[in-house]
Design a protein around this ligand. Structure first.
Ligand code: ADP
Ligand code: MG
Length: 684
């Protein structure tokens, strides 16, 4: 029944509208019922008799039980009616000298009465109220009215909230066919209302409380299914992959040997997560672990230790990063770190020349190359590892879901994902519900918080003078140009103009640019020159945002800062402050920036904690805007909020419990049925 297609007849409309609905992906009754209001307006204002307030006007919907007329005192004609509300409470209404009321007020009919109420010796009496008949179907008034997201169409007949309200009202009775898929024990334990009821009430709730119940139910379902799907994916993978990975026995000596060569000691956090990873890779069951840590928390070294440990056990390691610039940086650092140990490290990216690529591929398949660092070129089918033990994916949020899936081509290595997206744990569990999670909670010792200032236009020169003094000290500077998503050409122009402008401001420094249109080789060259301090000021688009590590850079200036999300600004800011030296971040708002967005920027001055910023951004702009989250395949939630940590926790616990009871779900047939129809649920 719920899969009944929406027809002209059913919706009492024209084919034009049906076509529009189709365009929006709304084809069936179920689709339309699933189109949830974005807000509600309480247009009911009706009061029950027991809610009447004697100090104000009251609107009461009531049935007329009886009407009669009497003459009182000095020949005044009094009309008196007994009114009964939906709860069966009664009150009186009285009119003086209005005989026509006797003709229009029909006993047993329902009306809305509006007027003042007096307390008359224990009885409520409404004084000469205005009244109108209650129509059998009040859709747009006299109730809590749903407001639907509207569609902007340039044509006439656009789909507006009122239209949707009419049409959804027409098919509302179908909601009763909605099946209950939650196990009854969960419904009972959480005191949820039936799903069918929730689906009807979410559109046309009889009261705020009824609405709240409906919202709770639908939000619960949404998150519960999400958690179920994630846990089942994990389980499926576990079964499929069982005993296919290489077991790498933990060799503490090997780790120590490597640590002894480092110029620093690990933080406690780094120690803990390294241990978690090495315990995972001991198993024949492949690890899928997400390492989350704020910018600069030192994720790379953790990955390098795991890589070294794997290689020493005789297996290969692939280290994948999203950009060539980053690949080269990692390659140079890691190759140097591993130099004392006679490990063969190679670099493979999209711009690796064909001949070199061929050489690498044969080294990889022959097993003579132990560690290969590169971009997603690593995932090409023609790259065949002889014994891949561990795959590391840095800045994993920058990779698409498909790219991550492609990894499966290479068998079942242990997989370590790394991300600086500082998302709350509950959110991570939802988005990456099929991974285990390790978090770096602290920064390496001795880091000074980056001093951040939002610079107003009149203070720009002052900021430049300061930058000048940093340059004089031999420090380096990043300049980030505004984000122009629509056009790389425009972005290129902005960067070029900015370089020219800055060259006149800082004539003694070498200023170069880096942007998305440059060839891989060019980018590498520029980055290398910057890393070697041949360039003092690097003007860049956000290509610089991930991973780059140049310790001598102590200043970052961000133009058009209001165009960025806070979490992304935090990533950019993380390019500086990468050792003990004091670093600075200057944020310049664009001319069009509003007071609100400047206020948002000021939050950057207050904290250096990525988690705090992310949470603030999450509240302000919603999860979709959160750095890196959209690309991770953020579920499109309709009823629930990803900020509802409590509900996420609760639904996850229930999902775990159900799967522990019966992983096959055969004893929960409706739930099973529901899960296989979910788009994000891939059954292998
Ligand atoms: P991210 O977590 O952002 O990827 P990196 O791994 O690039 O951070 O580390 C940032 C810098 O901190 C690097 O230069 C790295 O060598 C250094 N580093 C990492 N761990 C420590 C530590 N325990 N003590 C001091 N410096 C460290
Ligand atoms: Mg990094």
């Amino acid at each position: 029944m719920l899969d009944t297609p929406l027809s002209e007849k059913l919706l009492k409309t024209t084919s034009v509208y049906i076509a529009k609905l189709h365009k929006l992906g709304i084809h069936t009754v179920s689709d339309l019922l699933g189109y949830l209001p974005r807000a509600y307006e309480n247009r009911s204002q009706y009061r029950l008799i027991h809610e009447i307030d004697l100090r104000e006007n009251n609107v009461v919907k009531a049935r007329v039980n009886a009407v009669d007329q009497m003459t009182v005192g000095n020949r005044k004609k009094l009309i008196q009616a007994e009114l009964e509300d939906a709860q069966g409470n009664v009150m009186q209404a009285v009119w003086f000298n209005q005989p026509h009321i006797l003709r229009i007020l029909v006993p047993q009919k329902e009306y809305v009465f509006s007027g003042r109420v007096k307390h008359d010796f224990g009885r409520m009496q409404m004084q000469s109220p205005l009244f109108e008949e209650v129509k059998s179907e009040q859709i747009h008034t006299g109730r809590i009215v749903p407001i639907y997201p509207e569609f902007e169409t340039t044509q006439r007949n656009s789909i507006g909230s009122d239209w949707l309200r009419n049409k959804i009202y027409l098919i509302l009775s179908y909601a009763r066919y909605e099946t209950e898929f939650l196990p009854p024990e969960i419904v009972a334990a959480e005191r949820l209302i039936p799903r069918s009821q929730a689906l009807a009430n979410i559109h046309f709730p009889a009261s705020e409380e009824v609405l709240r119940q409906a919202q709770i139910r639908l939000a619960f379902d949404e998150l519960f299914l999400l958690e179920m799907a994630a846990l089942m994916r994990k389980k499926q993978y576990q079964e499929q992959a069982a005993s296919r990975a290489h077991a790498i026995p933990l060799q503490v000596g090997v780790v120590k040997q490597f640590l002894d060569t480092l110029p620093f000691t690990l933080t406690d956090s780094q120690r803990i997560v390294t241990y978690q990873i090495l315990k995972d890779t001991e198993k024949v069951f492949p690890m899928i672990r997400l390492l989350e840590g704020d910018v600069g928390s030192g994720k790379t070294i953790v990955a390098t230790i795991a890589a070294f440990h794997t290689i020493k056990a005789g297996y290969q390691v692939a280290f994948m990063v999203p950009t060539e610039v980053l690949a080269r940086q990692h390659f140079e650092k890691i190759a140097a770190q591993l130099a004392p140990f006679d490990v063969s490290v190679e670099l493979l990216t999209g711009s690796t020349p064909k001949k070199e690529k061929d050489r690498l591929k044969s080294a990889i398949s022959a097993g003579t190359c132990s560690l290969v660092i590169g971009t997603h070129a690593l995932l090409e089918e023609s790259v065949a590892f002889s014994s891949l033990g561990l795959a590391i994916i840095d800045e994993q949020h920058r990779f698409g879901v498909t790219q991550r899936k492609q990894l499966a081509l290479h068998g079942y290595p242990h997989v370590l994902h790394m991300t600086a997206t500082p998302i709350p744990r509950t959110l991570a569990l939802t988005i990456y519900g099929d991974q285990d999670l390790s978090i770096l909670h602290e920064m390496p010792l001795g880091r000074l918080p980056i001093v951040t200032r939002v610079v107003s236009p009149d203070k720009r020169e002052q900021a430049y003078r300061f930058v000048s003094s940093e340059l004089t000290k031999g420090h380096q500077v990043y300049v980030i140009c505004p984000l122009i998503e629509e056009s790389q050409t425009l972005e290129f122009k902005t960067v070029t103009a900015e370089v020219e402008r800055l060259r006149t401001v800082f004539p003694d420094s070498v200023i170069q640019m880096l942007h998305g249109k440059m060839k891989g080789i060019e980018k590498q060259q520029i980055m290398e020159e910057f890393a070697n301090n041949k360039i003092q000021m690097l003007v860049s688009t956000t290509v610089i945002e991930v991973g780059i590590d140049v310790k001598n850079a102590t200043v970052i200036m961000i133009e058009g800062a209001d165009h960025f999300g806070l979490a992304q600004l935090h990533q950019l800011r993380g390019r500086v402050g990468r050792d003990m030296r004091q670093s600075y971040c200057f944020l310049f708002a664009s001319e069009k920036a509003t007071d609100t967005s400047v206020k948002r920027l000021r939050y950057m001055e207050k904290t250096n904690n990525g988690f705090e910023l992310a949470e603030y951004d999450l509240h302000l702009r919603g999860a979709g805007e959160l750095y890196g989250v959209r690309q991770s395949g953020l579920p499109d939630l309709k009823a629930a909020s990803l900020l509802d940590a409590k509900l996420i926790e609760k639904t996850r616990n229930h999902a775990e419990h159900i799967l522990n009871q019966d992983a096959s779900l055969n004893s929960f047939p409706q739930l099973k049925q529901r899960l296989v129809t979910l788009p994000e649920f891939v059954v292998s």
